[in-house]
Design a protein around this ligand. Structure first.
Ligand SMILES: *Cc1c(COP(=O)(O)O)cnc(C)c1O
Length: 365
């Protein structure tokens, strides 16, 4: 059997007629950017996250970059961020010339709330929390710290669409929630896309200008902006997917729970679920010593896996200038050396899930 890490065409096939019709409607409308479909999706997505406002953007990275810009965070400012995250989280900070201050993760792979306070200085302006792999971080404690030190709280929700901590959905805990609709994300477009959500009307108005050359009224440019808009075809396709998301998240959860109960070998460490934190299973990440031989074994059996992420941002070439070295964030580095993500996608069959489980349980390495 051959099992890819992802199989996006299966997701398309699920609601093929609806996706096709949505795309054709836009094509025939003659209006392709900043129109009714975008506005409709923004309203739906704001409601979905429990936020007042949503602004559609070109990508998750743009959402992060523009979130810090909208809050005037820049040169000389420090932003607290988990050391174990995708590099885009950190780029959102450094693209504004602010300085990332890395914090080690807890056992749920998210920002360890106990380690934040010791890194706060008089230059600290914000905390960027990342709900990694689809599980919400410890938002009660993190928000309490943000409030106590008067810091902005920004959420990177690129992997956590609809995940809750307590009663509140990720993205609605902080000042700004940043989302990606990259095709592999839980709510994925058929191209690039992103959005921010917020309850702050000023941020909302500024974000609408920032994404459109800094102007509200055509050719009247009030601030320096960029071109970062969610196009009409993607917005219409995303509305279709959002409409089916209850079903899709259930499907992901069912696959994850089959893995959790089926994988019984003591050679791997399974993900843990935090109390009060909902997991939407963007990625199913396990840990194993000697990862390379395990990954090769799976590949020989036809199963493709991925590693999220092999090089933590503080050790990446791009961030050499920050002056970090191997050993600075040992928990993060240990995770980076042992993490491996299993196939999990819409339309995965029971037979495929069973095969992955049996193959892993049969590992003798
Ligand atoms: C995917 C991702 C991003 C970036 O989103 P893009 O739409 O690809 O720019 C940011 N942060 C995290 C945690 C991500 O997984």
């Amino acid at each position: 059997m051959k099992i890819n890490f992802n199989q996006l065409d299966r997701g398309y096939q699920k609601f093929k007629d609806e996706y096709n019709q949505a795309a054709i409607n836009v094509l025939e409308s003659g209006w392709y950017i900043m129109g009714d479909h975008g506005i409709k999706f923004e309203k739906e997505f704001a409601r979905f996250t429990g936020s007042k406002y949503c602004v559609g953007l070109n990508s998750g990275l743009d959402a992060l970059i523009l979130a810090f810009r909208a809050l005037d965070i820049g040169a000389g400012d420090e932003v607290i961020v988990p050391a174990n995250t995708y590099i885009a989280s950190v780029l959102g900070i450094t693209e504004n010339r602010a300085t990332p201050i890395f914090i080690e993760p807890d056992e749920f792979y998210n920002l360890d709330a106990c380690k934040i306070e010791e890194k706060i200085t008089n230059r600290t302006k914000a905390i960027l929390v990342v709900h990694l792999y689809g599980q919400a971080a410890n938002m009660v404690n993190i928000k309490e710290i943000a409030n106590r030190y008067n810091l902005y709280l920004i959420e990177d929700c690129a992997q956590s669409h609809g995940a809750k901590f307590g009663e509140k959905t990720t993205g609605s805990w902080g000042d700004i929630g940043c989302f990606s609709f990259y095709p592999t994300k839980n709510i994925g477009a058929f191209g690039d896309g992103g959005a921010i959500v917020t309850d702050n009307e000023q941020v909302y108005e500024k974000m609408k200008m920032l994404r459109n050359y800094g102007s509200k009224v055509k050719y009247k440019n009030e601030i320096l902006g960029v071109n970062s808009r969610l196009d009409e075809i993607q917005a219409a396709l995303l509305s279709v997917k959002l409409g089916h998301y209850d079903e899709l998240r259930l499907e992901r959860a069912e696959i994850a729970h089959k893995y959790l109960s089926g994988i019984t070998t003591h050679k791997v460490e399974l993900p843990m679920i935090r109390d009060y934190a909902e997991h939407v299973w963007h990625l199913f990440v396990i840990r194993i010593d000697n990862r390379e031989s395990f990954q090769t074994y799976l590949l020989e059996k036809g199963i493709t896996t991925q590693v999220h992420y092999p090089i933590p941002p503080h050790l990446s070439e791009a961030y050499q200038y920050l002056g970090h070295k191997l050993g600075d964030y040992p928990i993060t580095e240990e995770y980076a050396n042992t993490m491996i993500s299993l196939p999990l996608y819409e339309g995965m069959t029971d037979e495929e899930i069973e095969y992955v489980i049996d193959t892993i349980n049969g590992y003798r390495g």
